[in-house]
Design a binder for this molecule. Sequence first.
Ligand code: KET
Length: 400
Amino acid sequence: MFEHIDAYPGDPILSLNENFQKDPRQNKVNLSIGIYFDDEGRLPVMKAVRAAEAAILEEPGPKPYLPMAGFAQYRDAVQALVFGADCPSRAAGRIATVQTLGGSGALKVGADFIKRYFPGSQVWVSDPTWENHRFIFERAGFTVNTYPYYDEVTGGLKFEAMLSAIDALPAKSVVLLHACCHNPTGVDLDRAQWEQLIDVLQKRDLLPFVDMAYQGFGSGLDDDAFAVRELARRGVPALVANSFSKNFSLYGERCGGLHVICEDAAAADRVLGQLTGSVRANYSNPPTHGAKIVTRVLGTPALKASWEEELAAMCERIARMRAAIHDGLRAHASEAALARYVKQRGMFTYTGLSEKQVERLKAEFGVYILRSGRMCVAGLNEKNVGVVVDAVGKVMKDPA
Ligand code: KET
């Protein structure tokens, strides 16, 4: 029966992370997966999350199925965080929101929805992008293409090439965009570039699908949502996936949301219904616990303030680690080669190291980064940064 099933080659991120766990070396350093670790190298439980969880456990109750679309209070709180509490599209009922299993669940529910109602559309992702974007959309039945994005030479954005490629797409093409802290490059559009891009999306009647997995890790919760809010302000139909894996450190609770900006409230009602149908056909309804935590934190001013403060401190720590690795590598490389460590934003730096160098980092030094050269700088700390600087410095001496 299963003779024809070939071996799974593994996932470039999750399988590497699993291999790291099995590595017996004491000094190993995990900079592979996009997870924030604290200065002790531990996965933090945020203070607000701890408090919310304790309060929830004080009130044990029955565990019914949630509605297919998720917890109503959660959906409202998340929509407010993503679009801004006083967003006019929200007040007008033009945004359809469902609770999802993290950002990945939002992408999958959204992909199924689009495939059903725009069967002729193809998907366009940045070159490069998070590997799972391609997997999710291909498995939902799409052809996935790329538009130019990262400039290897400057370590910045190929904005003109990106814009003209998108300007040539057929109407109703799906354009996958990263709201902030682009994964894997750490290179984002500035506000003027977003404005120009949104002009093109609107003019060409394209369907943006914005993935916001790192809200709060760039320039703050509101600034990071600029593109999303600008689409809503201009009434551009769009899908938005958001995740609380990183900014709430709730990875395994699978908390996220899918939002669709619609022309009017009647369309939003129909879209919400069909998103619900997509949820039902995938996993029926979402889980309860993580959504209760997020709802309580966002709905309790003191907890929300504590969460924001701790998230900001996490970003400051990442910035310090970016500076530490940058300064440490000065002895080994030119400023032009190192500027990326401090310029790129969010959890990742695209190091430009070759596959061979990446392999050496792992084999000789126990330092794990992705084959693409992506390093999760949110995994650096005062104790391991020296090991990493030393290892990267050594492999940089021997390129190719
Ligand atoms: N979008 C992006 C851009 C992203 O980097 C991740 C996770 C997700 C969505 C998924 O979020 P979640 O809420 O966990 O479903 N990225 C990290 C982990 C992973 O690959 O699953 C990573 O890139 O390492």
